[in-house]
Design a protein around this ligand. Structure first.
Ligand code: M6R
Length: 625
């Protein structure tokens, strides 16, 4: 939550023609790219002529840009910016970042929560400090200014105040007295350094500076970095030199653009065949054998596992639920799936034989990160499945497997979901291979099915107009229900979540078998119900049970929209609408059946005129608990 960006470039030499871009250009571009992390308000500060100049505004980055156009900022080669998801204090101009203190000389932007801020605030109030906002950030800024006055060194001051802060934070500070540097710190909130030539960058993630460099550096927790145009210096909170971990960004700036689509969500739905293909890429040796080299985890350890717990939140947790069916089926290891925030507070039974799989697109979800820490403290081994290089969860896990979905910008997760299912399937098959639960030809048969999925997803996407027409018809529904069994159940939950989060429509997903235990009472004349029908070529009892469920809701007046595979004629007589997906084995079906539900939600939100990519009250990356 909240996006942060910083830029330090080289001052033009005397007489040199103006630079082609200044701090403001870089920072605003970075904010536009990071806006998915929060969009309640935005602000920038630049340092020029030994003064801090800033603008901040409630609303999206576009509002800030209008403000700057009306009241331009000076050219500068040093700047910081922020796009906010409000925690302390509402989304007002006053609460927007940067917070500027010390007679207008120090500006600070912040992502996270300083938990002991009210205690620190009382201390400062007692000393006569006046606050103009309700934020914890202004308290941090005031404390930093005080430490700077005392120590005369911005980096030392940052280290000193970070020792006093409890909670999570990324902080970026500039001071008019030292106009050549940004001093930044992080604890449990994301921050990466971008390394350019004669210019350097900071960002909540690499999209903050991807237009300028692909060379990035991860920073450990409780480290402070001082960034100038010439380089960067990292220390721990005691001032001891610390190392960053360099990496090269694998995707380019184009990947984070809409590419002619109306929304990022729409584009990302269309990216899905590539996301699955790329996640499968490079995971096989020359003989076609599955080799997850990047895991770097001892095979004997994988053989000793007697329980798997998948931890995740939101859509990632639904991917985990899908994975459970596959992993238990292939590996015969009891597998639980738990929301990360519940896992942590439940006193779960975890030991050194437990394998915890943490699923996260961003790799920064605080609930999941805390659950990872908890699991490791209990002796479990943690494998992170993440989409974002250099993020906290893979950094703290024992081993990582990356999905290669490319940047996911829309708040509603789409391609990450399919890539997560793909990666968990690879992990499940690998475990089965290592533990001897499956023969090589059995593993290969599943992999062959998996390799066909990108093409089949494309076929589903090619029929999106039918789903869009349905969305147009149903835009006035006040509630939509989703039913599924087996792997269709998490697909139903995901379909409902998509609709809630971007179309603000009441939607519920149910296990179809649960219907008669209560939810069927919701069904009345005209109630739209999506049903995910399993393949009739799979377990027959599963298919026939779902067909009965379709009849049951239809008999009570529901408008039934059935997602069924090609050739499944048994559903026809009970379906008001049938959405066809290509034939695939049961475990592969979520990778296909989810796609029309994503298209449907995106289309309903679009028809209703909502901001598909930036739904109200949400942020892409939930970096607070
Ligand atoms: O980055 P993560 O995968 O850890 O995010 C988890 C959830 O916050 C995320 O999937 C959320 O539910 C999405 N907005 C759903 O579309």
């Amino acid at each position: 939550m909240c996006g942060i960006v910083g830029f330090v470039g080289t001052q033009p030499a005397p007489g040199e023609v103006a630079r082609s871009y200044f701090a403001l250009d870089v920072v605003l571009e970075g904010l536009r790219r990071l806006e998915y992390r929060g969009y309640d308000s935005a602000g920038v500060a630049v340092v020029a002529d030994e003064q801090v100049a800033f603008r901040k505004k409630a609303g999206k980055v576009a509002m800030l840009e209008a403000e700057i156009e009306a009241a331009p900022l000076p050219d500068s080669v040093l700047g910081i910016g922020h796009t906010r998801w409000a925690t302390h204090g509402g989304p007002t101009d006053a609460n927007a970042h940067p917070h500027v203190v010390d007679g207008g000389k120090l500006a600070l932007v912040h992502n996270g929560i300083i938990e002991n801020f009210s205690e620190l605030k009382s201390e400062l109030v007692a000393k006569g400090h006046n606050f103009v906002s309700e934020t914890d950030t202004e308290v941090a800024a005031a404390l930093l200014a005080e430490a700077y006055r005392e120590l005369g060194d911005l980096s030392a001051a940052m280290r000193a105040v970070c020792k006093r802060f409890e909670g999570t934070f990324t902080l970026l500070a500039v001071h008019a007295d030292v106009p050549d540097r940004i001093v930044a710190a992080r604890r449990d909130s994301p921050l990466v350094i971008g390394v350019g030539e004669g210019e350097n960058f900071l960002g909540s993630d690499v999209s903050g500076f991807i237009d300028y460099t692909k060379q990035a550096v991860e920073m450990a927790n409780d480290n402070v970095v001082t960034v100038t145009a010439a380089g960067y210096e990292i220390t721990d909170l005691d001032g001891n030199p610390a190392e960053g971990k360099p990496f090269t960004v694998e995707w380019d700036a184009q990947a984070a653009k809409k590419d002619g689509f109306d929304s990022f969500m729409d584009k990302e739905i269309h990216d899905q065949p590539a996301a699955i293909r790329d996640t499968l890429l490079g995971r096989f040796d020359e003989n076609g054998k599955l080799t997850l080299d990047e895991l770097r985890i001892d095979e004997s350890l994988l053989r000793s596992v007697d329980k798997i717990i998948v931890i995740a939140c939101g859509t990632a947790a639904y991917a985990g639920q899908v994975a459970r069916y596959a992993i238990e089926h292939w590996c015969r290891i009891p597998t639980e799936v738990e929301l990360a925030h519940e896992f942590r507070y439940r006193d779960p039974i975890v030991n050194e034989k437990t394998l915890v799989v943490a699923l996260s697109q961003s790799g920064e979800t605080m609930d999941t990160l805390m659950a990872v820490r908890h699991a490791r403290e209990q002796g479990a081994k943690v494998i992170a499945i993440c989409n974002t290089n250099g993020s906290s969860i893979p950094r703290e896990a024992d081993a990582s497997l990356y999905t290669h979905a490319g940047p996911e910008i829309a708040v509603a997760s789409t391609k990450a979901f399919l890539a997560q299912i793909t990666a968990t399937y690879l992990l499940g098959l690998y475990l089965a291979q290592v533990r001897g639960n499956m023969f090589a030809d059995e593993v290969n048969a599943v992999l062959a099915e998996l390799r066909q999925i990108p093409e089949k997803v494309q076929q589903v996407i090619d029929r999106e107009d039918e789903v869009k027409a349905l969305a147009e018809n149903m835009k006035d529904a006040s509630s939509v229900l989703f039913l599924g069994r087996h792997v269709g159940f998490p697909v139903a939950l995901e379909g409902a979540l998509k609709l809630k989060e971007i179309a603000y429509l009441h939607a519920e997903g149910f296990a179809a078998g649960e219907l008669k235990h209560g939810p069927i009472a919701l069904v009345e004349e005209g109630q739209p119900v999506f049903i995910i029908a399993p393949s009739p070529r799979g377990r027959d009892s599963l298919h026939s049970k779902v067909v009965s469920n379709i009849q049951e809701v239809r008999a009570r007046g529901a408008v039934t929209i059935v997602i069924a595979e090609e050739g499944d004629t048994a559903v026809n007589q009970y379906a008001n609408h049938v959405i066809r997906v290509p034939q695939a084995p049961t475990l592969m079906q979520p990778l296909l059946a989810t796609v029309p539900l994503q298209v449907f939600a995106c289309a309903v939100a679009t028809v209703k005129g909502y901001d598909v990519d930036q739904p109200r009250n949400l942020a892409k990356s939930v970096t607070v608990e």
